[in-house]
Design a protein around this ligand. Structure first.
Ligand SMILES: NC(=O)c1ccc[n+]([C@@H]2O[C@H](COP(=O)([O-])OP(=O)(O)OC[C@H]3O[C@@H](n4cnc5c(N)ncnc54)[C@H](O)[C@@H]3O)[C@@H](O)[C@H]2O)c1
Length: 315
């Protein structure tokens, strides 16, 4: 696993490139937008600098990565890759055209992965010539720091492809979760969206305002989520109580299937969240910058905690 091709050098693609370059691999990156290509070079340099100053990587990496990074002029450049990852916009037709272009130039045994957030792997695989070498590889930004990775097998994904993807994930320093089957939303987005649905249900039912609901969440789930998932948390705090509460509470939880009225109202107002200062909260540019700093700092602290407590997971 020496040369990895990436199509789409946006937020995710450039972070993935920084991660792989920092782990000694060669990267061939393709983007059809010139601004995205130059931003990618700047951001890869910034991420590598961060990995040197904060992540313990060698200062020799500072300039050396450039000799292992190639900006591709066309899909032909992927013919020398051992693995190709698609990370273009979340649009089915765009992704399908990219897979077709990759399949035209790479050997049938080369794995092709998609970094889709939510499109089913079987759906994306349906028009491929070789669906057996197709797999989902879901990264989490900032990709040069986080350990997260979901690897999703489609019905036709073969063992060689799944094994190669697991190997790449480990070489990239990730702690991959291999899903045995394709399910819409995969693991993490399904769990996340269950939380978003219930949070909006509580808000719309007047139980608390957004700040109250957010704080309650932070102070409990934030207490354990870095070191334990829901199963470990239930074990640690005593299973019988959970069985009793499930019996009473499950029928009362939101099972809404529509986009909630609160979200529809925000969309009608043009709310985008922090990026335009208007979301569940309102933000000045200074507040946006402060939240971005807090988030980045916390990502590093979580990684440092994990490296200290569970070093074996990332090796
Ligand atoms: N943003 C997130 O938090 C996140 C998390 C996990 C996965 N994802 C998924 O990763 C993928 C990329 O997301 P992103 O946030 O990096 O998007 P982005 O918009 O930042 O980047 C997409 C890039 O793809 C390029 N592109 C579009 N069509 C192309 C084509 N035909 N050929 C070559 N390049 C093309 C664009 O120029 C752009 O630079 C999406 O599928 C997204 O759902 C995103």
């Amino acid at each position: 696993m020496k040369t990895i091709g990436i199509v789409g050098m946006g937020l995710l693609g450039r972070g993935i490139a920084a991660c792989l370059l920092s782990r000694g691999m060669r990267v061939v990156g393709l983007d059809n937008n010139a601004d995205a290509r130059s931003l990618a070079r700047r951001e890869i340099a910034r991420s590598i600098e961060e990995l040197i100053t904060r992540g313990g990587e060698s200062p020799s990496l500072r300039d050396e990565w450039r000799s292992r990074y190639e900006e591709a002029a066309s899909f032909e450049a992927f013919s020398k890759c051992d693995f190709v990852l698609e990370s273009v916009i979340e649009d089915e037709a765009t992704k399908r055209s990219v897979f077709a272009a990759i399949e035209r130039v790479v050997d049938p045994t080369i794995p092709i992965a998609t970094n889709t957030s939510a499109l089913p792997i079987n759906l994306l695989a349906s028009e491929l010539i070789h669906p057996e070498r197709f797999v989902g590889m879901h990264w989490c930004p900032p990709c040069h720091i986080t350990r997260f990775m979901e690897i999703i097998r489609g019905d036709k994904t073969n063992d060689t492809t799944a094994d190669a993807t697991m190997e790449l994930a480990k070489l990239a320093g990730k702690d991959p979760a291999l899903l045995n089957k394709d399910i819409e939303g995969f693991i993490v987005n399904r769990m996340h969206y269950a939380i978003y649905r219930e949070a909006i249900f509580l808000l719309e039912n007047g139980v608390g305002d957004v700040a109250t609901i957010d704080r309650a969440f932070q102070h409990v789930i934030g207490l354990y989520a870095t070191i334990a998932g829901p199963f470990r948390w239930m074990d640690l705090t005593g299973l019988p109580a959970y069985a009793a509460v499930m019996k009473r509470l499950f029928p009362k939880l939101s099972n809404a299937t529509e986009v909630p009225a609160t979200m529809k109202k925000l969309m009608a107002e043009g709310a985008k969240g922090a990026s335009n200062g208007h979301g569940f909260y309102n933000y000045t540019p200074e507040e946006v910058a402060r939240w971005q700093r807090l988030l980045e700092e916390n990502v590093w602290r979580v990684r440092e905690t994990l490296d200290e407590l569970f070093p074996q997971q990332s090796s």
